[in-house]
Ligand binder design. Sequence first.
Ligand code: KIV
Length: 289
Amino acid sequence: MSTFTIDTATSRATPTPVPGKRMTVPAIRSRKTSGKTDQPIVMLTAYTMRMAQLLDPHCEMLLIGDSLGQVIYGLPSTVPVTMEMMCAHGTAVVRGSWHALVAVDMPFGSYEASPEQAFNSAARIMKETGCAAVKLEGGEAMAPTIDFLTHRGIPVIGHVGLTPQAVNVLGGYGARGKSADEAQKIFADAAAVAQAGAFCIVVEGVMEEVAERVTERIPVPIIGIGASPKCDGQVLVTEDMLGLFERTPRFVKRYADLASEIGEAVGKYAEEVRSRAFPTEEQTYRPKA
Ligand code: KIV
């Protein structure tokens, strides 16, 4: 896994990663052979260098999700997210990782108009960030674009089911695939995206049965979020699983309660600043005796 040591001692440390062997696109793709994945693929979102350093040893893939619109920038949805945001955070995550394959979401409006527009945007993302792949939302309608990109050196992760960039069309973030027609459409979307050359596909917010059918029948790895434990891998927004938000959506499991821990730590700090209990002798510079 890691072939070097990085300095993670303080916030001012300079990480100086020596080139290591990162997960590659073919390595992820070949996790699923003959329709089966022995070792599920672990994927999480990351937006910053330090978070990437902490997640990297545990994950096969790190995703700079456009969920950073809400999580980092406080935007109302992923729709206003820009190329500049994705490139800046993608660069930071690549700098903070050495093992995981890093993929960057293509923001809304950067790829839908034409395959050429998508190529220009994806090439910019890959050149500026050093990431190995891009992810884009959409099924059958996006298949020609995915085909265009993958034949021109751009590895693509598909994203079907609940596609948050389409929130204004869908009318919300509810689970998809409840009716037979919708379930069939999600399957057709995943099949088209795989056929077009996506090396794996995120399937988000769908009825379990739909996720299982897609996982069983589509040859490329299916990464679930709000999908099924039978998927070939799982992805979550890291801030959700670490408990940084108050509400836990149904598809999220909380593995920590960082919001409470941060509240307690900051409360204590504020109290000690106000009572002049911080800093103490230990944290102040004095002439050496
Ligand atoms: O934007 C994002 O974080 C995502 C994941 C939830 C898959 O697309």
